[in-house]
Design a protein around this ligand. Sequence first.
Ligand code: ADP
Ligand code: MG
Length: 270
Amino acid sequence: MKQIALYGKGGIGKSTTSANLSAALSDRGLNIMQIGCDPKHDSTRMLMHGKWIPTVLDLVRERGDKAISVDEVVFTGYNGIRCVEAGGPEPGVGCAGRGIIATFQLLERLDALYGDVVLYDVLGDVVCGGFAMPMRESYAREVYLVTSGELMSLYAANNICKAIQRLSRRSRCTCALGGVICNSANISGEKELVGAYARRIGSRLISYIPRDNIVRVAEVNKQTVIEYAPDSPQADVYRHLAEDIFENDTMTIPIPMETDELENLALEYV
Ligand code: ADP
Ligand code: MG
C-alpha cells in the first residue's frame, strides 16, 4: 500500500490536484482511498460529484467514536474511490488538528485504511501536532509539497520541510519528501523558481501544473478534470503526475531554507 500526502498552503490547489491524482490512479485500475485532512472538508467533493459527505469529527461529536460504522464515514465516489473527510472544529473552539487525530483513530478501529494507494490531502499552513500527524505516525510515507511561485506558498512548503526534517530524527517516523508540485499561479518565472527551490532543499520538481480554466469548468460541473475532460491537455498533466508519483521511489529528507535565503532566491526569478 502506497501512502501519499499532499501538503501545502490553503487555497493553493491541494484538493484539486489530489482529486485528479486519485481519479487518474483509479483509471489505472488501482484501488484508491482519499482522505481530506482540512477543516474546509471539500477535498473529495469533485470525486463525490458535488456531494458534501459527513465529516468524521462531526459524527464523533454527535455520537462518540464507538457508535460509528464504516458506511457512515467512507463514501464511494468516482470509479470506486473511497472518500473520507476528517472535518474540523466549530469556529472559535477546539483544535483544527483534532479532526485528523479522530479520523485516524476511527479508521484504524474500523480496519478501513487499505487500498493500493491512500492519499491524504492535508492543510499545511500550520504544521501543528494534528496536521503533522499523518507524517509523524507514518501514515503518510511519501510527502509531496504543493506550491506556486508565490512567496506565501513557498514559506508554507518550507515549514512543512522543517517538520519532515524534525520528524525524520525520530526512529519511529518513516516519512520523507517525494517531490515538489508547482501548481501555477500564472506568475512569471515560477516554474524556474519552484524548480530551483526544490533543488535547494534536496528534492526535485515532479510536476508543473498549468493554471487552466478547464479546472474551473470541471468544478462547476462537479467533476474532476479527469472525468469531465479526459481528452484535455490538463487531464494529461494529471495523468503524468499520477504515473510519476506511482513510480517514484526517490525520497529525501529535505533541508529547509532559511527565510532570507528563500526571499533572495525568489528575487532571482522575478
Ligand atoms: P486547496 O485544497 O489547496 O485549498 P483547491 O484545490 O480547493 O485548494 O483550489 C482552490 C481553487 O483554485 C479552486 O477553485 C480550484 O478550482 C482552483 N485551481 C486549483 N488548481 C488550479 C489550476 N491548475 N488551474 C486553475 N484553477 C485551479
Ligand atoms: Mg482543499
